[in-house]
Design a protein around this ligand. Structure first.
Ligand SMILES: Cc1cc2nc3c(=O)[nH]c(=O)nc-3n(C[C@H](O)[C@H](O)[C@H](O)COP(=O)(O)OP(=O)(O)OC[C@H]3O[C@@H](n4cnc5c(N)ncnc54)[C@H](O)[C@@H]3O)c2cc1C
Length: 486
């Protein structure tokens, strides 16, 4: 039999997870991405490696999946995980919920230990100030960019590839079978032929499905997160209550992220954060970490969850965080077309394995999934080695010689965290654009620079106040006046 080829649409956690799974079965996997790797939700999430504790009462299936997959991730991606541990902090007198949570964590197989209040207050006073009881769980921090890079490397090692800047606009059919996709790359349209097609376009999988002639039951849900300067908490801190808005803090690098909201959002594309949501998040966070009112917000950002639609769920908080695989052969009469929706970053591998099973069975490939024991990000020494060249991004310490290859501000953001530090690109974005122009022999990347500054401004404008807000408004007005973009 000739080697089978599958096109996977979307280079987020899900698409890359599917691609790696197929590649390890000996199938050629080509992941096509309209922008860059991690441009969607997988580069804009909270960073929690879920123990499953958050879903122990309301979503037992998702809780058990997270608990099992976190154990697998510790083996296959230790270099992308930080084992901070997490606390569930109870502030209310709701005994019934606490009992339900303890039963739920036990049946999902999640390790729980009570932390005596005097110990909690001595260890992390900010998180224990209002606590009535504190429980430890094995939550951690997931470094999404690190894992995305590991998945791309692994995919290529097994003969697969990622085509960035390639937007899928249609399906190629051979009678009732999917035979590839039509892709727009800049000004040209090309056909990528395949024996099967997987739609892993996350919150946009409904939009992509319609382009391919198939309905995908996705219910996009929009969330805002707020980043504070300084790592104010050493571990994840959850509010012990039903999952709700503003109920979790996750330390990330030198920052802490507070999240999130959960708003239905048909469109699937992320909206800018609003000042109202930021103010509301701070008040919600202060219910269990009162000190948050005094922390300095650095930036807000947003992402869209690709949840599985369920009309009986009564809104996004009622929707399961588990996943579904849609076989459009059975559903819409297009054999060889599949979609994978829902799930969490934490469960990307399981989603890849189950999608791989469905596609391999369709292609009559018998090789089993190998991803459960395949290391994608080995353990590594944390921290960045000092650069020996001129430093272009001072906050993250990114040197000129590290910025190589096809210059792209967005790719360097994912690869090196360039522009992601406290200055948010204010001092370094133009230096990076000049470096990109130098590498490509082109003119200064003014469009890319404007796009990056506009993206950064969306997040900073939502948290700026007082003199900083007035200065930002003035600068934006000046740019508009001189025609330099908003
Ligand atoms: C606010 C928020 C917080 C979250 N926090 C956590 C957390 O702490 N821990 C956790 O485990 N999970 C978390 N999640 C969930 C997790 O981030 C998502 O489930 C996961 O990232 C979805 O990945 P994906 O690959 O399905 O989608 P995406 O990452 O969005 O990838 C889809 C890709 O498809 C591409 N695409 C779209 N249309 C086309 C087209 N026509 N052609 C080609 N490519 C296309 C997009 O550009 C995108 O790159 C969070 C989600 C949100 C919204």
């Amino acid at each position: 039999m000739t080697r089978r080829r599958v096109v996977v649409i979307g280079a987020g956690a899900t698409g890359l997870g599917v691609g790696v799974d197929l590649a390890t079965r000996g199938i050629e996997a080509v992941v096509v991405e309209r922008h860059a790797v991690g441009a969607g939700t997988s580069g804009r999430f909270h960073g929690l490696a879920h123990s499953g504790g958050r879903y122990a009462v309301t979503d037992p299936l998702a809780a058990a999946e997270c608990a099992r997959e976190l154990a697998v991730l510790r083996q296959i991606a230790p270099g992308a995980l930080e084992a901070t541990g997490g606390w569930f902090v109870r502030t209310s007198d709701d005994d019934a919920f606490e009992q339900a949570w303890l039963r739920g964590t036990a049946s999902a197989g999640i390790e729980v230990r009570e932390v005596p209040l005097d110990v909690a207050r001595a260890q992390v006073p900010a998180a224990a100030a209002r606590a009535r009881r504190v429980f430890w769980v094995p939550d951690g921090v997931l470094e999404g960019f690190e894992l995305l890079r590991g998945l791309v490397r692994t995919l290529r090692r097994f003969g697969g590839d990622v085509l960035e800047g390639s937007e899928v606009i249609g399906l190629v059919r051979d009678g009732a079978r999917a035979a590839g996709v039509v892709v727009r790359q800049g000004d040209r349209e090309v056909v990528v032929g395949a024996d099967a097609v997987v739609n892993a376009a996350g919150p946009l999988s409904g939009v992509v499905g319609r382009r391919l002639g198939a309905e995908v039951p996705v219910a996009p849900s929009f969330g805002t997160m707020l980043i504070f300067a300084d790592r104010r908490l050493p571990l994840v801190v959850n509010h012990l209550e039903r999952p709700s808005d503003g109920d979790i803090f996750v330390p990330h690098g030198e920052t802490v992220i507070l999240g999130t909201t959960d708003v239905p959002h048909e469109d699937g594309e992320a909206l800018p954060p609003s000042r109202q949501e930021v103010a509301r998040l701070v008040e919600l966070g202060a219910r269990f970490v009162p000190e948050v009112r005094t922390w300095r917000p650095m930036r807000a950002f947003t992402g869209v969850r690709p949840l599985v639609a369920d009309p009986g769920a009564g809104g996004p908080r009622g929707l399961s965080r588990s996943h579904t695989i849609v076989d459009h052969g059975a559903r819409d009469g297009i054999a060889g077309l599949f979609a994978i929706i829902g799930g969490k970053w934490t469960t990307y591998r399981l989603m890849g394995e189950q999608t791989g099973d469905a596609v391999a069975s369709y292609l009559e490939v018998t090789a089993p999934s190998a991803t459960r024991s395949l290391v994608v990000v080995p353990a590594r020494v944390r921290g960045r080695a000092p650069t020996s060249s001129e430093t272009l991004c001072t906050c993250e310490g990114v040197g000129r010689d590290e910025l190589v290859g096809e210059g792209s501000l967005d790719r360097w953001r994912v690869e090196h965290w360039a522009t992601m530090g406290p200055c948010q690109g204010t001092f370094c974005a133009h230096r990076l654009a000049a470096r990109a122009a130098e590498l490509t022999g082109g003119a200064l990347e003014s469009e890319a620079l404007d796009a990056l500054r506009a993206e950064r401004a969306r997040g900073v404008d939502a948290v700026a106040y007082g003199a900083q807000a007035r200065l930002r408004a003035l600068a934006s007005e000046q740019r508009r006046w001189w025609g330099w973009g908003s």
